[in-house]
Design a protein around this ligand. Structure first.
Ligand SMILES: NC(=O)c1ccc[n+]([C@@H]2O[C@H](COP(=O)([O-])OP(=O)(O)OC[C@H]3O[C@@H](n4cnc5c(N)ncnc54)[C@H](OP(=O)(O)O)[C@@H]3O)[C@@H](O)[C@H]2O)c1
Length: 329
C-alpha cells in the first residue's frame, strides 16, 4: 500500500486550531509511544503511518524515549518518513519531547538546558529531520528553575530546530507560571499534553480553564485509557492486547469488574449513537473546545480506521452527557 498521492485525505478529517495560535491539528492524532519500536513489526508500523496520513492524520507524536529500546520509534519513523513521506514534509506535523530518562549520567533526563537541547539534537538525527514542528518538555522538573526549561525551549525555536513548543504532564500551578514565562520570551507556546479520558478526568479540574485563558490548546493523550475504553477486554484478556503483553502501566489488575461494567453501560450509549465504545470515548474527549486533538495509539491499521470514524458523530445531547457522567462517577 503506497501513500495515495491524489488522496481525499483532507476531505473528512477535522482540523482544530491549537489554542489562540494559527496552528491546526487533526482532531485525531497518532502517537508512536508503543508498537513502533525495534521490537515491533516494522511493516505494520509503516502501514499504520501511511494509512493514518491517508485518513488526514497529519500529526505524529513522538518522544526521545519512545520505542523499545528508547529512541527506536524515532529511528523507525525517520526511516518511514524518508522512504515514504519525504515529499510530504510540509503536510506533516511532527512532535518530539525530552525529559524522561534517556541516557546515563546527570544530563540524560529532566529539564535542564543541557538535557533539553542535547536531546533535541539526538532526536533530529534519529528522525533525519532539520526541525520538528512541536518540541515538548515531557515532564516538569522540580529541581531545575522553570525559567531554565522555558528558555531552553525558546532557544530551540530561535535555532530553527522547533517551530512551536509545548509542555506535558505539567501540574496546574506550574502551567500557569509557564504561560507567563513563555509570554515574556514571546515563545510560540501552543500546547499542553495532559493524560485525559473517560477514566481519568483530572484535567477537567481547572487545567482546561487555565489553558483556555492562556490561549493554549490541549492535545490529550491516552484517550482510550490504553485500550480499556474499548470492548476488547469484555470477554477476558486477548492474547494480542497491551495488557497481555504486560509492557505498560496497565496490567491485568487494571481490567477490573467495575471498569468492564462501565464499558458495557457506555456501549449502550455508543450503540444509540451508531458508534463503538472507542469512538464514543474519543468523541467525548473532544467535546471541550480547549481539546484540539485526541492522541491515540494503535497496534493495527483497523484500529486507526475505526477510531477516525469517531468524527462522524461529535455532538452530544445534554441527556447523553448526564448519563455518561452517571456511569463514570
Ligand atoms: N506525554 C506523555 O507523557 C504521554 C504518555 C503516554 C502516551 N502519550 C502519547 O499518547 C499516545 C497514545 O498513547 P496510548 O497508545 O498509550 O493510548 P491509547 O490511545 O489510550 O491506547 C492505545 C491502545 O489501545 C488499543 N486500541 C486503540 N484503538 C483501538 C480500537 N479501536 N479497538 C481496540 N483497541 C484499540 C491498542 O492496544 P492493543 O495493543 O491492546 O491493541 C492501542 O495500542 C502515545 O503514542 C503518545 O504519543 C504521551
Amino acid at each position: 500500500m503506497s501513500v495515495n498521492s491524489i488522496s481525499k485525505r483532507y476531505d473528512k478529517m477535522i482540523y482544530n486550531k491549537l489554542g489562540k495560535s494559527g496552528l491546526k491539528v487533526p482532531a485525531i492524532s497518532l502517537g508512536l509511544y508503543r508498537n513502533f519500536g525495534e521490537q515491533d513489526d516494522f511493516s505494520t508500523a509503516k502501514e499504520m503511518i501511511k494509512k493514518s496520513f491517508d485518513l488526514g492524520i497529519t500529526h505524529f507524536d513522538l518522544a526521545n524515549n519512545y520505542g523499545d529500546p528508547a529512541g527506536s520509534a524515532e529511528l523507525n519513523f525517520g526511516t518511514i518518513l524518508k522512504d515514504e513521506l519525504a515529499s510530504y514534509r510540509d503536510e506533516l506535523l511532527i512532535s518530539t519531547k525530552a525529559g524522561y530518562d534517556m541516557w546515563q549520567g546527570p544530563y540524560g533526563e529532566w529539564g535542564s538546558r543541557k538535557h533539553m537541547l542535547s536531546s533535541l539534537e539526538q532526536s533530529l538525527k534519529r528522525l533525519q529531520l532539520d526541525y520538528v514542528d512541536i518540541y515538548y518538555s515531557h515532564r516538569y522538573d522540580p529541581d531545575t528553575p522553570l525559567e531554565e526549561t522555558v528558555a531552553a525551549l525558546d532557544t530551540a525555536v530561535k535555532q530553527g530546530k522547533a517551530l512551536y513548543v509545548g509542555v506535558s504532564n505539567y501540574p496546574l500551578n506550574v502551567t500557569s507560571e509557564a504561560i507567563q514565562l513563555f509570554k515574556k520570551y514571546n515563545t510560540p507556546f501552543v500546547v499542553h499534553q495532559p493524560n485525559y479520558s473517560m477514566f481519568l478526568r483530572d484535567a477537567e479540574y481547572k487545567l482546561f480553564d487555565v489553558l483556555a485563558q492562556g490561549g493554549v490548546g490541549a492535545i490529550v493523550f491516552q484517550p482510550l485509557y490504553q485500550g480499556l475504553l474499548t470492548t476488547k477486554y469484555v470477554q477476558g484478556i486477548p492474547k494480542y492486547s497491551r495488557v497481555a503483553k504486560g509492557v505498560d502501566s496497565i496490567s491485568a489488575d487494571s481490567v477490573t469488574k467495575e471498569r468492564i461494567e462501565k464499558v458495557l453501560e457506555l456501549k449502550k450509549i455508543a450503540e444509540n449513537r451508531e458508534q463503538t465504545v472507542a469512538q464514543l470515548a474519543l468523541a467525548w474527549t473532544l467535546r471541550n473546545d480547549v481539546v484540539s486533538s485526541a492522541l491515540i495509539g494503535a497496534s493495527r491499521v483497523e484500529q486507526i480506521v475505526e477510531n477516525v470514524k469517531a468524527l462522524d458523530n461529535l455532538n452530544f445531547s445534554t441527556e447523553e452527557l448526564k448519563k455518561i457522567d452517571r456511569i463514570l462517577s
